[in-house]
Each structure stands twice: as structure tokens, then as C-alpha cells.
Design a protein around this ligand. Sequence first.
Ligand code: XBP
Ligand code: MG
Length: 236
Amino acid sequence: MSLAALIFDVDGTLAETEELHRRAFNETFEAFGLPWCWDRPLYRRLLDVTGGKERLRSFIDTEVPPGGEAVLDRIAQLHAAKTTCYAELVEAGEAVLRPGVGELLEDARRSGLSLGIATTTNPANVDSLLRATLGAGGPRMFQAIAAGDEAAHKKPAPDIYRLALQRLGIEAGRCLAFEDSRNGLDAALGAGLSTIVTPSVYTEHQDFSGALEVRRDLAGFRLERYGAGQARRSRA
Ligand code: XBP
Ligand code: MG
């Protein structure tokens, strides 16, 4: 069956953004007067929980940090402040597309494929990243964007990918997913999607059994190998 759409995860896949998220969390903790600082080893562990709000709650429950109890009923407020901080970092040009991503998006557009996004991060973060890396028209390159709390259950649940498929109006068998993490791979597989994995700095240690292919990055990725040409021919 010919390939009709590509669906991309965002954090770690389009760009190595988790370092910016970690910085945004730490700057927000400081702004809220919290004596917390997530270093890289701790953040790697915390990333097992997807969703910034859920990650914060899990940190408080499992690490029992000073002042944690008092934050539990202000998590949404703290997370909103973190999102603003993250947007400032992205808009300052701190995020760049990973190798091959820009070229693949352009190749997909030329091949007549639809483009989708299925991410745990919130819609505001998607918008700021796409504008910062692809220009003002970046968000419009994607026919379907499914993000954050739009899904009842976050990755590894398949909900966000099912929502992206529904918005694209294309069956899973004609799509290819791109992910960087085990949670993301499980979400995409759960939605019936063949998945290409490009591990990121925070996920390179993970097991990606079940992936169609695991590759260092998307440089030199050839759509023809996955049936894009058939899509082009079928549109001829
Ligand atoms: C990665 C996530 C997100 C980000 C932080 O999303 O799990 O929670 O770490 O963003 P994905 P928020 O890999 O699915 O793109 O604070 O907005 O959740
Ligand atoms: Mg990711």
C-alpha cells in the first residue's frame, strides 16, 4: 500500500529540545523560590514520565523534595510559567532541527505526502518550535497537529497518534511515524504505525525493539525506500 503521510514526534525527534525543557524547568523553580535543580542524570530518570505536569507530580511523589507538598496544588501554574520560559529559549534560537529533518519535510512535501505531529508536549511549545525552526509558515506545513492534553492518556498510550491519524484522515498502514524514545515508539506501535527511531541524547540507552528501523539521525533518509514513490505515481 503506498505511503501517504509522515507523523513526527517533537521533543528529541524534530530537535534536541529536552535540554531546553530541563533549563526551563530549573529557571522556573528558581523563579518560584524552590530549591530544586534537575541535573541531567535526574532528568533522564524523570523523562520516563511523559508530560511536564505529570513529570513534576511524579518528581514530588517519588523524590519528596523540600516544599513539594505546597506545590502540588500549583502544578498547572508552575507548568504554565515553565512553558513561557521554554518559548523564550526557543525563540532566542536555542533549538535547531536535527540532521536531515528539514530535508525530509521538504522531500515529503514534494512527494505529495501529508505531514502530521503527535507529541506529548503542549501545543504552545509545538507552535514556538515550528516557527523558530521552519519560519512563520512552519506550523502550516503540517496538516494535522495533535499535542499535549488533547489526548486523555499521554505516551506510551497510543491516544495522541490515534488523534493525529483521525485528523489526517489516513489509515495507519499508509503512514510512517518518527520517534526518539521507548515511550513514543510504544505509542506509535499501539496505534498501528511502522516507526523509524532516531534516539536522542536522553534516550540513546533505551531498547527500541519493534521499530522498523533505528538510525543515528534522518540525514540521507530516502522516502522512496518506504513507498513514497508509489504515492507520487498514484497521484500522476
Ligand atoms: C516529550 C515530553 C514532554 C516534554 C516537556 O514530548 O514528554 O513532556 O518533555 O514538554 P514528545 P511539556 O517526545 O512526545 O514530543 O512540559 O510541555 O510536557
Ligand atoms: Mg520525543
